[in-house]
Unconditional design. Structure first.
Lengths: 610, 249
């Protein structure tokens, strides 16, 4: 290779939003100006995973991890590292507690505990260049599947691997394929579900952005196994970069004869079409997704018949999620027993989580199944920022539940999360700290499913609306004790009676918080108190006259003019005018810290407004 | 579809049953004179499974669950139970949820009392969100499947969902047959003069006066015209909403 070094610039959506493309152009200019273009190659890669630290540039072969790189850092970076060989400390990752910078990516805790299988090529290859994918062993599994294996052998291999659907339900993938293969009919379809919509989740987007060929390869192997000649990738329309990259990848694979007619000269043909999603969360549900591809409104229908029997345009159809498809090539090339050696008894392989919320290191992590939740939150995630206490971890998105701090040691797999009253779901992992109100969290997630309910079946449409109303009342301090029983009754009813998975899981955030955080519900209802001081109708802001220096910052920031006072005199909040927006609280300088958020029902007698 | 008639054996309320493949549980039950209540079901259109009032308990492969009988095709070896305390509770909840949004729809209370279910009416939507539409979708479904016009369809999502002509504009496709009005479960749909409004059928009504779309006459719906020329009149604004004409019942 002519290049002595590579600069891997993250070009995933997170870093791109942080202007990584501009960083890349600046690098190109600088490298060219110094005449290094024949020595150093710049490679735009898929999502590196450590999104919070973007834009990210990794210098290889040294393995130096540069974070939060700006255009203004480029001349120095090129001068120092590329020319003089001195890594730039200023751009290195520093763990929170004022530690020494950690130069190497592999030494950073965030990366150390991960196990990359699906994301094996993340941050390493240019996802828009098929040659780079092939250089990283891309399409070797397809060659093996098409030239050495029968459809039955492929299905057996996937079954033996123990791979389960990564979209949420965890249905065994090999079994799903087998059912579709055995379903009568000469025309069958394959669908890749890339309609990721859980709040705070971006696993599938990153897989498609970082390694679209792994999805295409997995689908083509699946097509051979099932006997399908046409496939569809249903991509959420809000993912323009993923959309672009999968289209580029399909075109490149077709040009190379790795997709299309007579693949590898084996006589096997498979075509993939890209369909842009219609913008509804419920289209992630199999039957709604099929309706959407057919051009009808995305509304689910009853199952059975299952898509494997009656699917797209009435033909047997197999739907798997992005991450599931991307697992397939590795299983075929490295073998089912290798794959099955990872994980727990019933949950094999790895799982990608989007780790977000009140955690120091947010981003995308791939970990072996069965890893303790604690390892994800504390070792990879670096714990809770600001010295706060962990309260719970919300998993599985709006269909999931909250796992309380007391269960932080549980191993993360399908069974254990379900036992804990949550679900694996597609892999959203939201860390909640002591400042989070659990009733408010339940209301947020239920509000999401209520809005996204298609409105077809009675329990989901009317039931979620009624539950949300009750939660809203409770957070406004108007709850009654019997509301708790009503929430349970409605929640259990909606779960059992709803038509599709959206309604059947919508009450989970409420039921799981009722289960673990009853004390918070009771505080809201009986004492009209929000323990986390979140619910606006139960708190007030108060300026401590002892601490206030009269800087006027809060006074100027207050949108309702509720703060009065003279310069250098302690200010005061007129409670009647206050809208509880918290702008004053945020505007007060940290070292002054004069504004107190406190429980409205327990205002000390001597400070009642004059 | 295969022409061979494959028979499927299963049990329903303890009785052995044998039906042709593709038969739904609801059809099977009705053939056996087992009563299962429905709201969104109508023989004229394909099953929809939305109201969930027809839930029954199905045990398949050792797994027991409640499911809508109108959409569930009979399966070999399943056990079906159509009336248990749990099923009655479920149906009561469904009616309570519907009444929460449509408290004035008398039909729902009639159904409840005919089933011997006591509905409390303890749940309630905000007043401005209440109306008699229970989203059974029969109007839109007959329009598409029976009349073949598809002049109306669902719009919006969740509690905001409703049936409207496309873009809520007067529909050129509507032939004014009033079949939608005929099938409306709760008598929410009324026929009203087309020319005065932008919509083909108006979904709300202030009084009991209703007008025929075809002839602009006052009358009780539905009534029928056999003069095809009358159809031409419906898209022609006649300028006057109050002009009485012939053709009433």
């Amino acid at each position: 290779m002519p290049y002595r070094a590579h600069l891997l610039v993250c070009a995933g959506t997170g870093c791109v939003s942080n202007r990584s493309f501009e960083v890349m152009s600046a690098l190109e200019r600088e490298i060219a100006e110094r005449g290094l273009e024949d020595e150093i190659q710049i490679v735009p890669t898929g999502c590196n995973g450590f999104c919070e630290r973007g834009p990210i540039v990794v210098y290889q072969p040294d393995g130096i991890f540069y974070q939060q790189v700006g255009v203004e850092d480029i001349p120095n970076l090129v001068e120092e590292h590329c020319l003089k060989g001195r890594p730039v400390e200023k751009l290195m990752y520093v763990p929170e507690e004022g530690e020494l910078p950690i130069p190497k990516l592999t030494d950073i805790d965030f990366f150390k505990h991960q196990r990359l299988i699906v994301l094996r090529n993340r941050g390493l290859i240019d996802p828009e260049k098929i040659d780079e994918c092939i250089a990283a062993d891309g399409y070797t599994a397809l060659a093996k599947a098409l030239t050495e294996m029968t459809p039955e052998e492929i299905i057996e291999e996937v079954k033996a691997s123990g791979l389960r659907g990564r979209g949420g339900a965890g249905f065994p993938t090999g079994l799903k394929w087998e059912i579709c293969r055995r379903s009568p009919g000469d025309v069958k379809y394959l669908i890749c579900n890339a309609d990721e919509g859980d709040p705070g989740a971006f696993m599938d987007r990153s897989v498609v952005e970082a390694d679209p060929h792994s999805v295409i390869e997995g689908m083509t192997i699946g097509a051979k196994a099932i006997g399908a000649s046409e496939g569809f990738v249903y991509v959420r329309d809000e993912y323009p970069l993923a959309l672009k990259r999968i289209q580029i990848a399909i075109r490149a694979a077709e040009e190379y004869g790795l997709l299309g007619d007579d693949i590898f000269g084996t006589g096997f043909s498979f075509h993939i079409n890209v369909v842009r999603g219609g913008g509804a969360f419920v289209c992630g549900e199999e039957t709604a997704l099929i309706a959407s591809i057919e051009g009808r409104p995305g509304r689910p229908r009853s199952r059975p018949p299952f898509p494997a029997q009656v699917g797209l345009w009435g033909r047997p159809t197999n739907i798997n999620n992005v991450e599931t498809w991307a697992n397939v090539p590795v299983i075929i090339s490295r073998g089912s027993s290798w794959f099955a050696s990872l994980g727990t008894e019933k949950s094999k392989g790895t799982k990608i989580f989007s780790l977000v919320g009140k955690v120091v290191n947010t981003g995308l992590v791939e970990v072996p199944m069965g890893i303790p939740l604690k390892t994800i939150v504390y070792d990879i995630g670096g714990g809770i920022p600001g010295g706060k206490e962990l309260k719970a971890v919300q998993t599985g998105g709006p269909s999931g539940g909250c796992i309380p701090k007391s269960l932080i040691d549980i191993p993360v797999d399908y069974e254990r999360l379900t036992e804990a009253g949550s679900i694996m779901g597609s892999g959203g992992l939201i860390v909640l700290d002591e400042d989070t109100c659990m009733v408010d969290v339940a209301k947020y997630f239920l509000g999401f499913t209520m809005d996204e309910s298609c409105g077809k079946c009675t329990p989901c449409r009317n039931g979620t609306r009624l539950m949300w109303d009750i939660l809203d009342r409770i957070t406004r301090g108007e709850g009654e004790l019997e509301d708790i029983e009503t929430l349970r009754e409605l929640g259990e009813g909606i779960k059992v009676l709803s038509l599709c998975g959206l309604g059947q899981t919508a009450p989970n955030p409420v039921l799981s918080t009722l289960n673990y955080f009853m004390d918070e519900y009771k505080a809201h209802i009986e004492e009209k108190r929000c323990p986390a001081l979140v619910c606006k109708d139960m708190i007030e802001y108060w300026i401590d006259p002892e601490k206030c220096v009269g800087c006027l910052l809060c006074l100027k920031a207050c949108p309702t003019g509720a703060i009065i006072g003279e310069s250098k005199e302690p200010h005061q909040i007129i409670q009647e005018k206050c809208e509880y927006c918290g702008v004053c609280y945020d505007s007060c300088p940290k070292k002054i810290d004069a504004i107190v958020k406190r429980d409205r029902t327990r205002v000390p007698a001597e400070t009642v407004s004059v | 579809m295969s022409w061979e008639e494959r028979m499927v054996r299963f049990t329903i309320d303890g009785r052995d049953a044998e039906f042709e493949e593709g038969t739904t549980l609801l059809e099977a039950a009705r053939a056996l004179e087992i009563d299962i209540p429905t709201l969104c079901f109508n023989e004229a259109v394909s099953p929809y499974g939305a109201c969930r009032l027809c839930v029954v308990e199905v045990t398949a492969g050792g797994r027991k669950r409640l499911t809508a009988s109108c959409t569930y095709p009979v399966e070999e070896g399943i056990e079906v139970v159509t009336d248990t305390e749990e099923i009655r509770d479920a149906r009561r909840l469904i009616l309570e949820l519907l009444i929460a949004k449509s408290p004035d729809a008398d039909y729902l209370r009639q159904v409840a009392s005919s089933l011997g279910l006591e509905v409390t009416g303890k749940y309630s939507f905000h007043e401005e969100e209440q109306n008699d539409c229970i989203m059974c979708g029969l109007c839109a479904r007959v329009c598409a499947e029976v009349v073949g016009t598809a002049a109306i369809d669902f719009a919006q999502r969740g509690v905001d969902s409703r049936v409207v002509p496309f873009f809520s504009r007067r529909s050129e496709a509507c032939i004014g047959c009033a079949t939608c009005v005929t099938v409306c479960t709760t008598n929410y749909l009324r026929v009203e003069d087309l020319h005065a409004s932008e919509v083909a059928h108006v979904w709300d009504h202030q009084d009991d006066e209703r007008r025929c779309l075809l002839c602009s006459g006052w009358g009780i719906v539905p009534h029928f015209h056999d003069d095809p020329a009358a159809l031409l009149g419906i898209t022609e604004p006649n300028g006057s909403a109050s002009q009485p004409a012939g053709g009433s019942e």
